[in-house]
Design a protein around this ligand. Structure first.
Ligand SMILES: Nc1ncnc2c1ncn2[C@@H]1O[C@H](COP(=O)(O)OP(=O)(O)OP(=O)(O)O)[C@@H](O)[C@H]1O
Ligand SMILES: [Mg+2]
Length: 250
């Protein structure tokens, strides 16, 4: 039995546009398991980003429940939620979201300083992560002085420095060329192989094949849920994905 890390119950999110209340996430019951690399797919506007934001506590639900392990996120106040999020969740955004006037090293250290006090140990840890992500020579650069792929690798180091229970990534390769995308996906795959739970939104079949589970959203609901057999190679996964996606609107 896999351990549960996040669970949603009858999760709903509506947005008000004018006088109408538009349901964007419509009664989603989803259980995410420890150690999984879960991908969320679905057409544009199907609610992928909204679901990821809800699960990570960056958005508040209109109704329903979200449990982070045994903690009821839906009934927490903003302050407690922020504290919990810092330790539980590392978020990677499509557009990197680095602080423009901080150096690469500072961007990685800022969230770490909010959680722990030992600055010397944290700096050593940040440098080790930068080495792993192949950006060690960029410690003193500003985000504007490097490539998108390098910025995304910095944002991944920032996401993992607090050893989060789960990494959430919203189209992390959406703004990258194919070689930078591969590097980012390789890092996520390595992290997952070391036991890191990951939830990633993507449009791309090749990226989705990094996962062991794929959830398909349609109009704010889960239309399908695929778990790959453990012994498949990349080509076999790709062909299963193509078959699974046939007839789906993505
Ligand atoms: N703050 C908001 N106010 C009103 N409507 C919103 C808001 N955020 C999202 N929506 C609407 O909710 C729906 C789902 O948006 P969401 O960003 O979750 O989709 P998505 O699946 O991530 O799409 P994409 O693939 O284009 O990123 C869309 O119709 C969008 O217009
Ligand atoms: Mg989106």
């Amino acid at each position: 039995m896999q351990e549960v890390i996040i669970q949603s119950k009858d999760l709903c999110k509506n947005y008000k546009t004018g006088k109408t209340n538009v349901p964007v996430i419509n009664s989603i019951n989803l259980t995410l398991y420890k150690g999984d690399f879960t991908v969320i797919m679905g057409s544009s506007g199907s609610g992928k980003s909204t679901l990821l934001y809800l699960l990570s506590g960056l958005e508040t639900p209109s109704s329903g429940e979200i449990w982070l392990e045994e903690k009821p996120v839906h009934s927490m106040d903003e302050k407690l939620m922020t504290l919990l999020r810092r330790e539980y969740i590392g978020f990677v955004f499509q557009d990197f979201n680095l602080v423009p006037n901080l150096t690469f090293l500072e961007n990685i250290l800022v969230p770490a300083y909010l959680v722990k006090n030992d600055r010397k140990a944290l700096k050593a840890q940040a440098l080790e992560l930068m080495r792993k992500m192949d950006i060690l020579e960029l410690t003193d650069r500003l985000p504007s002085e490097v490539s998108g792929g390098q910025q995304q690798r910095c944002s991944m180091a920032r996401a993992v420095i607090n050893n989060p229970k789960v990494i959430m990534a919203d189209e992390p390769t959406g703004n990258l060329n194919s070689s930078s995308s591969e590097a980012v996906l390789d890092i996520l795959t390595d992290l997952n192989q070391q036991g890191q739970s990951i939830v990633m939104v993507t449009h791309e079949i090749k990226s989705a094949c990094r996962a062991n589970r794929v959830i398909f959203l349609k109009d704010g609901q889960i239309e399908d849920d695929l778990r790959f057999a453990t012994d498949l190679d990349f080509e076999q996964k790709e062909s299963e994905m193509l078959h699974w996606l046939a007839g789906k609107d993505w």
